[in-house]
Write a protein that binds this ligand. Sequence first.
Ligand SMILES: Cc1cc2nc3c(=O)[nH]c(=O)nc-3n(C[C@H](O)[C@H](O)[C@H](O)COP(=O)(O)OP(=O)(O)OC[C@H]3O[C@@H](n4cnc5c(N)ncnc54)[C@H](O)[C@@H]3O)c2cc1C
Length: 505
Amino acid sequence: MSGRRRHEQRAALGGEEPADFDLAVVGAGAAGLYSALCAARAGARVALISATPLAQAASYWAQGGLAAAVAPADSPARHLADTERAGRGAVRSSAARVLVEEAPERLRDLLALGVRFDADEHGELLLGLEGGHSAHRIVHAGGSATGRRLLRALSAIVVQREQIAIFEGAYAAELLLAEGRCVGLRATGAPPIRARALILATGGAAALWSRTTNPPGSLGSGMMLAAAAGAELADLELVQFHPTAVCGLPGREGFLITEAIRGEGATLHDAHGERFVDELAPRDEVSIAIVRRMAEQRSAAVYLDMRALDPARFPNVFSALSEAGLDPARQLVPVAPAAHYTIGGIRTDLDGRTTLPGLFAIGECSCTGLHGANRLASNSLSECFVFGARAAKAALDEPIPGPSAPLQRALAPAASPSAPQMPAPSAATRAALWRHAGVQRQAEGLKQLLKDEHPLARLVARCALARAESRGVHQRLDHPRSDPQLDRRHICVAADQQLRWERWE
Ligand SMILES: Cc1cc2nc3c(=O)[nH]c(=O)nc-3n(C[C@H](O)[C@H](O)[C@H](O)COP(=O)(O)OP(=O)(O)OC[C@H]3O[C@@H](n4cnc5c(N)ncnc54)[C@H](O)[C@@H]3O)c2cc1C
C-alpha cells in the first residue's frame, strides 16, 4: 500500500490501525455467540463485539425454549404447517422450511456442545407445548430458565476459544465500507476492526415501546447501523405483543410469564372471573382478545390463574412473582400485552445476507420473513441457531478486503461522531410508540408518530401506515380485515428510505 493511501486509511479510522479478522460478529446473544462459535470451529479468526457483558442479552431472558420437531410423532412438515398458520398468510415458506428442517440438527449440536436441556429419568428430552403448536416440541432448560442456561453454556465455550477475540462493553457505532462492501466496523472501546464480512446479531427493538418484556438495550441499534450503511430493512410494522406480561406489580412491570405456563394449564380470566379466550391460540389472537376485553370492562389487566401448577416446574417465574409480593400459588396474576419481539428488521436472504455485500444479519435484528405476520412461540431461539450457523458459513466465503481499498464510514442516523452511541429513546418516543403503534393502531395516531424525533419510530409509522389492513400482530382499527392482495407481501425499506412491496415465497 502506498504511504499516501495508508495515511488516508488511518485518517478515516481516526489515526488508528485496524485489527484484522476473518469475521466480525456484533452481539453476544444466542445468535451472535453461536454464529461466532460456528465460524471459529471452521477455523476462522473472529472478533465478537458486545455492548453488554456476555450473558446479559435478551436471549438470557428466554423462558419457554426452542422449537424443534424431534418427537417421534412430530415432523418438520407439521412444524412448518404450524408456523405458516400462525404467520397469517405472510410467511416466507422457503425461510420457514429451512428453520423447521434444520432446527433438529442445531439442537443436536447444542447437546453435543454440552448444553443441558431438561430430560426425563431415561434421558429423553422433555418437550413442552406452547400456543399455536400442534405437537409437544419445545425444548427447555431448567424449566423456564432456558435462555439463562443457553447463554451461560455458550458464553463459557466462546470464552475458551482462542480464535475468538471478545470485546465486551464495546458499542458498534459505525460500519466501515470499501468499494461498496461492508469490511468492518468501529466500536467504542475497541480498535477499528477489518474483516471479510460482518454479522449483525444485535437483537430486536421492542424496548422502544414503553410497555415491553425486553431488556433496555433492545433498541434496534443494528437496524439503524445497517440502514445507515445502505442495507434494506423490512416489515418494521410487524411487532409481536406478548399477551401475558405482568401489569401493575411494582418492580415487575412487563415481566413475561411464559406461554409454557398456559401450556401446562394456566387459564386467563377477565375482571369478572370469566374465561374469554383459548389460552393456547397463537399470540396475536390472545393479545387482541385481552385488549378488547380490557377495553369493554375498562380494566387495566386480565388475570392469569396458575394456582394449579407445580411451582417446581417454573421456579424462576414463581420466585420472581413471590419476590414482588404476589403469591401465584394462591393469587391470580394481573397481566396484559407488552411489546415483545420485532418480526421486521434487516432484510436478509436464507443465509443471512443483507442487501449490502459483506454485511449479514441474524437473530431478532434480521428479517428473513419466516415469522410472517405473527411469530410462532419459541421459533426465534431456533432461528438464532439455524440462521446463525448458515450465516457463519456464508460469511467466510466472502472475499478478503484488499488492504488498500479506501474506507468510508457509515454512522447511524441518530448518532454523531462526538457521541457515536445512539441516544436512548426519550420517554415521549416510547410512550408514543405504545400509544400509536401498539396492539391496535389507526392512521390518525400513526400520522402523529411520523413526526417523532426517533428515526426508527418514524419508519415503524411509515410501514404501519402503508400496510392498510389487519393481519397477525398488525391490527388496524381503521382497516379491520386482511387484504388478500397483500398475502405473502412484505414492505421493504430501501437505502433511500423509499418503501416498496415485494412478494416473498
Ligand atoms: C423475556 C423474554 C422471553 C423470551 N422467551 C423466548 C422463548 O422462550 N423462546 C424463543 O424462541 N424466544 C424467546 N424470546 C425471544 C428471544 O429470546 C429473542 O428473539 C432472541 O433471544 C434474540 O436473540 P439475539 O441473539 O438475536 O439478540 P439478543 O439476545 O437481544 O442479543 C443482542 C446482543 O447485541 C448486543 N448489541 C446490541 N446493539 C449493539 C451495538 N450497537 N454494539 C454492540 N453490541 C450490541 C447486545 O448487547 C446483546 O449482546 C424471549 C424474549 C424475551 C425478552
